[in-house]
Design a protein around this ligand. Structure first.
Ligand SMILES: CC(C)(COP(=O)(O)OP(=O)(O)OC[C@H]1O[C@@H](n2cnc3c(N)ncnc32)[C@H](O)[C@@H]1OP(=O)(O)O)[C@@H](O)C(=O)NCCC(=O)NCCS
Length: 325
């Protein structure tokens, strides 16, 4: 028994923030951002929009045109580190909005690797349980936690959500392998220090522990390249494939230089590596599933093609999965 991928959906904020716009907010230039990251613009949630809004829209798009009704769904997992609230989970808000009253619903927290973690959880639950249809969503609005005075981080992130509709199938299915890993000893190099139970909101101490992204960029860069290469090779090995067998590699879209370094090490030509970082920046858990949605809707993937998703994020966490679209 295995997983069959029925459809994908994605939702992005309407507002576009370009590098030229950022030049007016912090001391930066389009030239610096483009050469160091490859990012030209990103989508930014409005003050009224939260993670569940994008998650719900992405889920509806994934259901559109399929024979699956919301009541048929028995599992909703949302990968996010920017939930609307500490509780209820975003997954429960999606369940309510869709009317998916037969679904169990919960969130998974693994930062930018979250979608691959959530898919791995879904696989375990589907294969061991009585679930026929599941929705796995990756969604984040990290720009709400960006310090718009810190030029080293605020230029990197964007918002959005993507959803994958999955059906249980007899036979081995289309998820050929999935591998996840973590190294909590590196938890300090990428974090949001304040706002949780360690440093709850307190106006007097807020300046010491703000709820803004803190990042040691160079360290993160190094780990991201090493871990994503390891994860990619492990997931390929697990299913007896090599990078030559891939139609497309979909790497986490945090930085063009990271993507290019991985592609070089895996000896993948440019046309086998999906890139949309220039349009969206790093959308955390939403990144790889939005890329998969764009790739399949845009004709870069046909049914039956082999694709690998790889991601790396705060925690540190990482993961890779090989799937047949
Ligand atoms: C963030 C990142 C682009 C910075 O690039 P870098 O080459 O490491 O740059 P540094 O941090 O060493 O900064 C170099 C200089 O540029 C400056 N700088 C930083 N951000 C800038 C910006 N937006 N505009 C202009 N200058 C900037 C720094 O202040 C520093 O100046 P200094 O030398 O006078 O001190 C890069 O480290 C990176 O991509 N890291 C990984 C990020 C990531 O992937 N995060 C998510 C993982 S899931």
């Amino acid at each position: 028994m295995g997983l069959k991928f029925v459809n994908t959906g994605a939702s992005l904020p309407e507002k576009i923030l370009t590098n030229a716009d950022l030049e007016r907010i912090v001391d930066t230039t389009d030239e610096w951002i483009t050469t160091r990251t490859g990012i030209k613009e990103r989508r930014i949630a409005s003050a009224q929009e939260a993670t569940s809004d994008f998650s719900i829209r992405a889920a509806r798009k994934a259901l559109e045109g399929t024979p699956v009704n919301p009541e048929d769904i028995q599992l909703i997992i949302v990968a996010t580190t920017t939930p609307d609230h500490f509780f209820p989970s975003v997954a429960c808000l999606v369940q309510k909005a869709l009317g998916a009253k037969n679904a169990a619903a919960f969130d998974v927290s693994a930062a930018c690797s979250g979608f691959i973690y959530a898919l791995t959880c879904a696989r375990g639950l589907i294969e061991s349980g009585d679930i026929k249809y599941a929705l796995v969503i990756g969604a984040d609005v990290l720009t709400k936690f960006a310090d718009w005075k810190d030029r080293a981080t605020c230029v990197l992130f964007g918002d959005g959500a993507g959803a994958l509709l999955i059906e249980k199938t007899d036979g081995p299915g289309d998820l050929l392998s999935a591998f996840i890993g973590a190294d909590g000893s590196q938890s300090d190099i990428l974090s949001i220090p304040g706002g949780g139970s360690r440093h709850p909101y307190n106006p007097e101490t807020w300046s010491q522990h703000p709820a803004f992204i803190h990042m040691e960029g160079k360290e993160v860069f190094k780990h991201a390249v090493t871990r994503m290469i390891e994860a990619s090779l492990t997931a390929l090995r697990q299913c007896g494939k090599t990078s030559d067998d891939l139609k497309l590699l979909i790497p986490h879209q945090a930085n063009l230089r990271i993507i290019d370094a991985i592609a070089k090490r895996l000896q993948l030509p440019d046309d086998k590596v999906f890139k949309n970082v220039h349009k969206y920046g790093n959308m955390s858990a939403a990144t790889t599933i939005i890329a998969l949605d764009e790739a399949q809707r845009g004709g870069r993937l046909q049914r039956g093609d082999l694709v690998e998703l790889i991601a790396f994020g705060a925690g540190m966490t990482w993961g890779a999965c090989v799937l047949r679209w």
